[in-house]
Design a protein around this ligand. Structure first.
Ligand SMILES: Nc1nc2c(ncn2[C@@H]2O[C@H](COP(=O)(O)OP(=O)(O)OP(=O)(O)O)[C@@H](O)[C@H]2O)c(=O)[nH]1
Ligand SMILES: [K+]
Ligand SMILES: [Mg+2]
Length: 439
């Protein structure tokens, strides 16, 4: 195990709390703990200790101490946890004492980065831990747990091992070409590489569901002024998030609410009514509405049942758009709008809102629902896998055994970047930079 200089950080949430957990890891942890607590507790056993400033001897807190000697710790290094009283003055005092004893505050993700460097986990599992901390819904949590548990490490690691074996066969062919090798060895390499390429390609062709679940879905509510968009947003959110009024052009800024639908986090965006606005501010609102609709994973096109459908909104109706006829308390819903059968709702009476919730939940799980398999979760992985597939395609076209070996090596490097086998400092910075401090 590599032991880097000692770092510390608050591992629990910031702010006043009954208990705050400070985590300490790295070379010299034993000495630093001893400097504050007098002596080390037995490994992995919680012990109550008075903590003192090593310079002044001043008592800082009475805390529970845990000592995790290397290698049996999260980072693989010597580590300790201090369970303090969670007030800002206590934390500031202990932090200062730790610095005086030779530790420094940790960077975001630095503990997990050390765990990775010590071989405690691969990069995909480390990313899974970041996702676990960020998870807002149950489906996100399940996906993160699978990844942190090594589902992707196993899948991508398995592919890397198969590539390595192929490379070995290809190189044997080059090395011993004149000798008694099976005549079709070169062909079998190409055949097995094509099979692997097909497997990776089918993993890539998942419609982006895992990535969407990780990021959350964006649903944009679109429609003419006064169609009842803000009323519907409020009804779905269960609170008065947006201003509703009888005046056309009420909503200007995009108003967002966060919901969980079928375990998928969803940002529901209410937008300005689509029309040729003369007012400068409203015109900007309409521009924002269009931009949001372009970015959205799902568009809710809202029409008022007592009006003929407007051309501006009709232009956004396409396969996959959820078409609503609102205000069915005033007039019956038309049989079809823009070729789609509209869902009849009334934000005023609540009619059809349960069906709307169901349709939204169904759409959310179709767009972002994942089975309990290893699923692609990040653009970083997608890019590297696409690169690997590209190299394996080149292999088929490569005329010389040496060139084939080269494409296999390149594909292997692409896979290695995902799991961290091919260590690129920039990749590590990007991966661990997204962590919070203390993890
Ligand atoms: N009768 C009836 N009135 C509704 C219904 N939904 C909304 N309204 C009314 O329609 C008017 C406009 O509603 P809003 O929710 O502000 O409409 P909007 O689409 O957000 O309008 P803009 O923000 O101006 O684009 C308000 O007076 C609402 O009370 C409905 O289902 N039935
Ligand atoms: K309005
Ligand atoms: Mg509105």
């Amino acid at each position: 195990m590599i032991q880097h200089p000692a770092i510390f950080a608050l591992a629990s949430g910031a702010g006043r709390a009954a208990v705050a957990v400070l985590r300490l890891s790295g070379a010299g942890t034993a000495g630093i703990v001893t400097a504050l607590a007098g002596r080390l507790p037995p490994p992995r056993r919680a012990s109550l200790r008075k903590l003192r400033h090593p310079g002044t001897g001043e008592v800082l807190d009475e805390a529970l101490l845990l000592w995790f000697p290397s290698p049996a710790s999260y980072t693989g290094e010597d580590s300790a946890e201090l369970h303090l009283h969670g007030g800002p003055a206590v934390l500031a005092g202990v932090a200062e004492a730790l610095v005086a004893a030779g530790a420094r505050p940790a960077e975001p993700g630095e503990f997990t980065r050390r765990a990775f460097l010590n071989g405690r986990m691969d990069l995909t599992a480390a990313e899974g831990i970041a996702d676990l901390i960020a998870a807002e819904t149950e489906a996100q949590l399940r996906q993160a747990l699978r990844q942190a548990g090594g589902a992707l490490a196993t899948l991508y690691g398995g592919w890397a091992r198969r590539l390595t074996a192929l490379l070995a066969r290809q190189e044997a062919f080059i090395e011993f070409e004149d000798e008694d090798l099976p005549a079709d060895l070169d062909d079998t390499v190409a055949r097995d590489a094509a099979a692997l390429r097909a497997e990776i390609a089918s993993h890539l062709a998942d419609g982006g569901r895992g990535e969407r679940l990780r990021e959350g879905l964006l649903v944009a509510i679109l429609g003419a002024p006064n169609a009842g968009k803000s009323s519907l947003l409020n009804a779905l959110a269960g609170r008065e998030a947006a201003i509703v009024s009888a005046r056309a052009g009420t909503t200007r800024d995009v108003v967002e609410v966060r919901l969980a639908l079928a375990g998928v986090p969803v940002t529901l965006a209410d937008t300005a009514g689509l029309r040729e606005a003369t007012d400068e501010i409203e015109a900007e609102g309409v521009r924002r509405a269009r931009r949001r609709a372009e970015e959205a994973d799902l568009v809710l096109a809202v029409f008022a049942a007592d009006r003929p459908p407007d051309a501006e909104t009709l232009a956004w109706v396409r396969p996959g758009t959820l078409v609503l006829a609102n205000k069915v308390d005033l007039a019956p819903a038309p049989a079809a709008i823009g070729g789609a059968v509209p869902l009849a709702v009334s934000a005023r009476t609540g009619a059809g809102l349960a069906a709307l919730q169901e349709r939204l939940a169904a759409a959310a799980s179709e767009l972002a629902g994942t089975a309990d398999a290893a699923v692609l979760t990040r653009p970083r992985h997608r890019a590297a896998l696409e690169e690997a597939v590209g190299w394996l395609e080149e292999l088929t076209a490569a005329p010389l055994p040496e060139l084939r070996a080269e494409t296999l090596r390149a594909a292997l490097r692409a896979l290695g970047r995902i799991t961290g086998q091919v260590g690129v400092e920039a990749v590590l910075d990007a991966v661990f930079g997204e962590f919070c401090i203390g993890k």
